[in-house]
Design a protein around this ligand. Structure first.
Ligand SMILES: [Zn+2]
Length: 143
């Protein structure tokens, strides 16, 4: 598995991001906890950056159709652009994302293409599930 990989959210989950679900004060707590753990460095590539972005990590249980929150991490903009490659492609910034993926994972362009193909296949499979239940148990640590 790559250190930096694509995390394509199923289309039916597109709007269920934490920021829109949580009260702003709670989202602030979650996001600041991630920044504190990161200590000024991207938690994926380790780059020292002035601005970190909070990224929600989800696991998908296809048997129970459950989208499970597994972590909120702080990442640099370059890593975040790779993670959400679909959005990045739409904005025309894929070239930079390709370079960053190869650099962080120390791999070739064909590795990138192959990984993207696999991510898209998984995305299609997850999209065949019409409705996802949400498991936010992970957040209990902040209560
Ligand atoms: Zn990074």
């Amino acid at each position: 598995m790559y250190k930096l990989d694509f995390e394509l959210v199923p289309d039916s989950c597109w709007y269920s991001n934490l920021r829109s679900i949580l009260k702003p004060a709670m989202w602030d707590v979650v996001r600041k906890d991630a920044y504190a753990r990161a200590d000024g460095r991207c938690m994926i590539c380790g780059a020292k950056v002035t601005r970190l972005e909070a990224h929600e990590r989800w696991a998908y249980d296809e048997k129970t159709c459950t989208q499970i929150l597994t972590d909120v991490v702080a990442v640099c903009h370059s890593c975040h652009s790779v993670i959400h490659i679909g959005r990045t492609q739409l904005m025309g910034n894929e070239d930079q994302a390709i370079k960053h993926f190869q650099k962080v994972n120390n791999c070739s362009y064909s590795d990138y293409i192959k990984a993207l193909g696999e991510a898209n296949k998984k995305h299609q499979r997850l999209n065949s599930i019409g409705e996802w239940k949400l498991d936010l148990t992970w957040l209990k640590r902040f209560c």
